[in-house]
Ligand binder design. Structure first.
Ligand code: PLP
Length: 376
């Protein structure tokens, strides 16, 4: 490992774009061109004026269309990314007690936020081994069920289904940060579907977006108007009211908004979710069948139904140093294939978000074969 062999990949093994990271992830070059073409019309202008408000309106309308949201659902947004939304949820969505499915780094963080909140009861946390996901169960004490559509740290995705037998009042809140826009979801099955735009939406970080059902909006209003102390920055009612006016509570990053809107338009103009999910499915078929057929690697996630179609985790046999492969790829301009640090496996993690060309995934697999042949 100390002296990595100098391996220069032949031209045909270099993907058209070398960015395979899970976030911030590949931003399409066309988006950057489009941004440059706005010249002095958006960046550097007030977010309280029509130009930026129209952009926010377009994002809200575009996401409503992309996710086929029923009448009454609202697209709400604010600053702070998905991580801020966990605190928002502990202040404004969980009434007394939540249930969390914990199967990796991100799902454990929301569970911890709920556990630490002094105004809430101890949450019910259902865990499973990394590389799998647990199942929820109905519990009459639970008023919010917390799911993660795609656990980015392990490459496990779960189907979003409201658990059978839950109370009519209970909410289902889904962290969809890396899944939204690349995995199928049915709006009947959630009350809150929240994400940040630096994954499938090929934008930058710092923003959160929540698709909210009328029931979730009603819950928010009840809690915020109750005795509970809610800091203004985490006040979801404030965010809902600002979003209805196509603005955020405080200043947003205009570049992030522009790139998010550009990506939503790209998705819609190519056919919406059929297009995006189709690309992710193709990439997933390519990489998992490559790993299964290879004699030095295999998919980390044993159950094919739980294998993510947006983030692949590939284990390597011990005689092959995955980190060395990642370093050689990086020297050839192919970046961010390193595994999630805390998982601690001899693994590569590869994003397959909609922006990433399925042909590039295929090229990447061939490049890895080439490197393995050279270093062994
Ligand atoms: C990336 C990610 C987050 C964190 O998003 P931030 O915008 O950095 O707060 C949360 N959950 C999941 C599933 C993620 O993939």
């Amino acid at each position: 490992m100390s002296d990595l062999p100098e391996i220069v990949l032949p031209k045909e093994l270099i993907p058209s774009d070398g960015r395979f990271g899970c976030g911030p992830s590949k931003v399409r070059l066309q988006t950057l061109d489009n941004l440059c073409n706005t010249k002095d019309s958006i960046l550097g202008t007030s977010h309280r004026q029509p130009t930026v408000k129209d952009l926010v309106s377009s994002i809200r309308g575009g996401l409503t269309e992309l996710f086929c949201l029923p009448e009454g659902y609202e697209v709400v947004l604010g600053n702070g990314g998905a991580t801020a939304f966990w605190d928002i949820a502990t202040f404004c969505l969980i009434d007394k007690k939540s249930q969390h499915l914990e199967f990796g780094e991100f799902s454990s963080k929301f569970a911890k936020a709920s556990k630490d909140a002094p105004h809430l009861l101890e949450p019910e946390v259902i865990k499973s081994e990394p590389g799998t996901h647990p199942l929820p169960h109905a519990n009459p004490d639970i008023d919010l069920y917390a799911f993660t559509h795609n656990e980015t740290s392990t490459g496990v995705s779960m189907e979003i289904v409201k658990p059978e037998g839950i109370s009519d009042k209970a909410l289902v809140a889904v962290d969809a940060t890396s899944g939204a826009g690349g995995l199928r979801v049915n709006s009947d099955q959630f009350d809150v579907y929240y994400f940040a735009p630096q994954k499938c939406f090929g934008s930058d970080g710092g923003l959160w977006i929540a698709l909210m059902s009328p029931k979730a909006v009603e819950r928010t209003m009840q809690i915020v108007e109750s005795e509970r102390f809610v800091p203004a920055f985490f006040d979801l009612k404030v965010a809902i009211e600002n979003s209805r006016l196509n603005q955020t509570y405080n200043t947003p990053a205009l570049t992030t908004l522009f790139m998010l809107n550009d990506q939503v338009n790209w998705m819609l103009s190519n056919g919406g979710m059929d297009f995006t999910v189709g690309r992710c499915d193709t990439s997933a078929t390519t990489i998992y069948s490559w790993a299964e057929n290879s004699d030095f690697s295999q998919p980390f996630v044993a159950n094919p139904a739980e294998r993510s179609h947006v983030v692949a985790t590939i284990d390597f046999n011990e005689e092959i140093d995955a980190m060395a492969i990642a370093k050689i790829l990086r020297k050839n301009g192919i970046v961010d294939t390193e595994p999630y640090r805390k998982l601690g496996r001899n693994q590569l993690r590869i994003a397959m978000f909609p922006s990433i060309d399925p042909d590039d995934i295929s090229t990447l697999c061939n490049a890895i074969d080439y490197i393995v042949q050279k270093i062994n």
